[in-house]
Design a protein around this ligand. Structure first.
Ligand code: HEC
Length: 109
């Protein structure tokens, strides 16, 4: 009985140790789907700042945006605003969209 619980405990420790390693391998993004979505759908506008899109890496612009809070950013991302198409013209779900926004923020600090 004692031996068995030790085994479970070490498995849990191993997994807890593995998760951050995976996150680092995926470019410091917690959810790798965010980076993937950014690169396939958002980068086209957000890398160069097309049509006034907040450019990834523009620290001043993004710190003003993050000051509005994630709810406000997600509202714009989901519904669109000006030249920003709703959901970035994708069919991505809310969680993946948020992961993409978090990825862009992480690259703009
Ligand atoms: C066709 C170009 C285009 C694409 C593709 C695009 N964006 Fe945007 N995005 C914009 C523009 C332009 C703005 C600025 C809108 C404004 O403030 O008028 C913007 C603004 C934003 C903002 C700031 C929202 C706010 O509250 O001001 C976020 C977050 C964002 N985009 C996320 C994304 C994500 C995530 C994707 C990919 C799923 C994406 N965008 C794809 C053009 C684009």
């Amino acid at each position: 009985m004692f031996k068995r619980s030790v085994k479970f405990a070490s498995a849990a420790i191993l997994m807890a140790g593995l998760a951050p390693a995976l996150a680092t391998a995926a470019g410091e993004s917690i959810n790798p789907a965010g980076e993937k979505l950014y690169k396939s759908a958002c980068l086209a506008c957000h890398m160069a700042g097309v049509a006034g899109a907040p450019k990834v890496g523009d620290k001043a612009r993004w710190s003003a945006l993050t000051a509005k809070g994630m709810d406000a950013l997600m509202h714009t991302t989901i519904n669109g605003k000006g030249a920003m198409p709703p959901r970035g013209a994708t069919k991505a779900d809310d969680a993946t969209l948020q992961a993409a926004v978090e990825y862009m923020i992480s690259k703009s600090q």
